[in-house]
Design a protein around this ligand. Structure first.
Ligand code: LAN
Length: 728
């Protein structure tokens, strides 16, 4: 057929080497923005020396001296602070490799290729190194995330990325992965998002993609399933995806695309009935099977709707959607909400405005912010960074340890405070109601002000850090009262009728919307839910605020807190646990929930909820004193132990929760803390263990700075509570 004829394009296969010269990589941190640079010129290498942080992230030798061996909890904290002090970046914040998801790089690579964006050899080399390093040790495929079982999503997408980056089809890694892909039924068994990206590239045909009609965006707001009601990550992905789907954009059939058509399927490309494979899916990919309702809707959209879909109405929808895309680009300075909608918006701009448009240039620059060079290679982070979130936690951890007034930590904390001051969001977005954005003035984002999306708990944690630090003697008061009130005003918009708080916005739609969840690989994605973690951050921020500002919106805050904690009590399971959505899993949520209860004076001694919560955690303590929960808990909803043994981060979470609740058996907490200290390295650091975070039930997310933050917090809390004594 026509589209089997190879066409010339500017695609140039990158030249790969085994690895790059690590001594040439540098992280540039401008305000919060991160970009990695590979210095090819020896002069530049001399002029811009590699920092401690660069070396640490790259896994190079950092030569930090051994610290005196710790005798007390605070000794251990101080050793750790010596280490993380060195990791602070020039603008005052902390960063890290923020990996986990294995479906992000391929979206970016496909976008680069189809938008004729050249891929430098060093970039291609390090991305393939990362993908190779994360192939499944047994079957050579890739999973949804770095610790997951091989799936078609992971394998078909990463295989394609490697080939586009210049890996030969007969390379042993490709041969093995292809074998696994074929065992899983080939790319026609992929989930919706895989079929989408492969159709963009021209390896699949669009009939295999279940419909993504942009017309949805024209629904009136009152319609119960209108997109503005969806969880923000879903609607912001659905937005450009619907545009690209409606355009049926397909890349030119360059020779490599024709080769991939031969490699990714278990049958001859020409014999594939694409429409018949819309719903075929491999079992590992099918965490959330499509409901009868969604299947019916898809059937109608495929078989009936085309007879009614007029060109002019489709055009109207596309135009409206593109306008929304442009608002998202403008409001985030082209950073975009995340690493999925970022490349898709990029492609939508390319389709509409052409290869040299201003918007396309800006996307080409901005996509770099998601990339990070780590010891395993170049990866795409889950967000454009963790700047505000980790910085707020580090400040709080030092405060909890009572060390903020120690002049030794003064420069570090002052710079951190200045960073949070700089990153506070000062205005709402333009046309907030038209683009359905949440009030954000006075808030903080998870990553950077440029990205600009505030989150209930990110505002709260940053606000706590600022309130605590700028009232500590010796620190400047950088935020005046009005800026604090702005933060509170925004926080107070977040409560749901249930009393709980969600993430980016209060919940806007019904749980029934989950029936329209089309991304088979994730669960609980369609709407915002109440989260014990987010709710706790808000409750504790409000408590702290009222302590310092007893007269501002006092009554509302009291009612808010009471309702919020009532939600926390209701969310407790009969066994005393809470399910965590953003960290693994019952241990993480348990820590927060116990803190919420404590903030209203409910502790082990006087509250059944607190007692049951503690008893649950205690029942999971291991004989070495530590805790060790596996990410499998998140998928299954049942507490599951991790096979690798006690984990420092989880042990810290459990100990913090128990201390918040005034758990009476101090020896039990001491045993946990002793485990943490025993794992500390002579230079003050802790080493990375199993993955700590999660989203959407199935996808794991690494939080590398948690191994510093939570041990410091736990040890510091202990010292404050019981005195800085050698642990028995
Ligand atoms: C994050 C990271 C931070 C996280 C916390 C602040 C910890 C949480 O308490 C609230 C939710 C939030 C902000 C969050 C939401 C979902 C994110 C952005 C992520 C887990 C990081 C990556 C993930 C994003 C959805 C990844 C892209 C994948 C899609 C399915 C669109």
């Amino acid at each position: 057929s026509d589209d089997q004829t190879p066409t010339a394009s500017t695609y140039k296969k990158p030249k790969l080497s085994e690895h790059t010269d690590y001594s040439r990589w540098r992280l540039l941190a401008e305000r919060g923005r991160h970009t990695w640079h590979y210095l090819q010129d020896d002069e530049d290498v001399k002029e811009w020396p590699q920092s401690f942080a660069d070396k640490y992230f790259l896994g190079l030798d950092t030569h930090l001296p051994d610290q005196p061996s710790p005798k007390t909890p605070l000794d251990s904290v101080k050793n750790a602070l010596e280490f993380i002090k060195e990791l602070q970046l020039p603008p005052g914040h902390w960063g890290c490799e923020y990996g986990g998801p294995m479906f992000l790089i391929p979206g970016a690579v496909i976008t680069w290729v189809v938008t004729e964006t050249p891929i430098p050899d060093h970039t291609a080399t390090e991305i393939t190194r990362y993908i190779f390093n994360h192939a499944h040790p047994e079957d050579g495929g890739w999973g949804l995330h770095t610790e997951g079982d091989s799936s078609v999503f992971g394998t078909a997408m990463n295989y394609t990325a490697c080939r586009l980056l210049g890996v030969d089809a007969e390379h042993p890694v490709m041969v093995k992965a292809r074998g696994t892909l074929h065992k899983m039924g080939g790319a026609t068994n992929g989930p919706h998002w895989a079929k989408f990206w492969l159709s963009v590239l021209g390896v699949c045909q669009w009939e295999i993609v279940n419909p993504v009609p942009p017309e949805f965006w024209l629904l009136p707001d009152w319609v119960p399933f209108a997109p503005w009601r969806w969880w923000i990550h879903m609607r912001m992905v659905f937005l450009p995806m619907s545009f690209i789907w409606s355009k049926r954009f397909t890349y030119k059939p360059i020779p490599l695309v024709l080769e991939l058509r031969k490699e990714l399927f278990v049958q001859d490309y020409d014999s594939i009935n694409w429409n018949a494979h819309r719903n075929t899916i491999y079992k590992v990919d099918n965490y959330h099977p499509k409901t009868w309702l969604l299947k019916t809707a898809n059937w109608l959209l495929v078989n009936i709707w085309p007879y009614f879909r007029t060109e002019s109405f489709a055009k109207k929808a596309e135009d409206y959607v593109f306008k929304q895309i442009q608002m998202e680009d403008k409001n985030t300075l082209f950073s975009n909400l995340g690493p999925v909608n970022g490349p898709m918006n990029f492609l939508a701009c390319y389709i509409t405005e052409g290869p040299n448009a201003y918007s396309v240039q800006r996307h080409r620059e901005r996509i770099a912010d998601f990339f990070w060079v780590g010891k395993d290679g170049l990866l795409m982070n889950g967000t454009n960074g963790v700047q505000c979130w980790d910085t707020a936690f580090i400040i709080q951890a030092v405060m909890d340890a009572g060390l903020a007034e120690d002049p030794k930590y003064h420069p570090m904390l002052t710079a951190a405070l200045e960073f949070l001051e700089d990153q506070q969001i000062r205005e709402n977005v333009d046309d907030q109601d038209i683009c359905y954005r949440q009030q954000r003035k006075g808030g903080w984002p998870f990553s950077t002000q440029d990205q600009g999306y505030v989150v209930s708990d990110c505002i709260s944690e940053a606000l706590k850090a600022v309130l605590l630090l700028q009232r500590t003697p010796g620190y400047p008061k950088l935020l005046d009262d009005q800026r604090i009130y702005d933060a509170i005003d925004t926080i107070l918009t977040y409560q749901n009728a249930s009393g709980g708080c969600a993430s980016y916005e209060p919940t806007r739609g019904s749980e029934y919307l989950e029936m329209l969840n089309a991304a088979e690989v994730f669960g609980r994605i369609m709407i915002e839910y109440d989260y014990p973690e987010c709710t706790t951050a808000v409750v504790t921020a409000l408590s702290l605020f009222t302590k310092y500002y007893p007269d501002y919106r006092t009554e509302e805050i009291k009612v808010f807190k009471d309702k919020a904690v009532a939600y926390i009590r209701r969310a407790q399971r009969p066994d005393g646990s809470w399910y965590g959505s953003w960290g693994v899993c019952f241990t993480y949520a348990g820590m927060f929930a116990l803190e919420s209860l404590a903030s209203l004076g409910e502790t082990y001694g006087n509250s059944t909820h607190s007692r049951k919560g503690c008893d649950f955690l205690v029942s999971k303590q291991r004989s070495d004193g530590g805790w060790s929960e596996s990410y499998r808990s998140c998928e299954s909803g049942v507490y599951t132990e991790h096979h690798t043994g006690s984990q420092v981060v989880m042990t810290a979470w459990a100990c913090i929760g128990l201390m918040e609740a005034d758990y009476p058996d101090r020896a039990l907490i001491e045993k946990g803390l002793k485990h943490i200290i025993s794992k500390q390295q002579p230079n003050g650091e802790w080493l990375q263990e199993a993955i700590e975070g999660v989203f959407n039930k199935t996808c794991m997310m690494a939080y590398p700075n948690y191994k510093f933050i939570f041990p410091i917090k736990a040890l510091g809390m202990y010292a404050k509570k019981y005195g800085d004594i050698a642990l028995p």
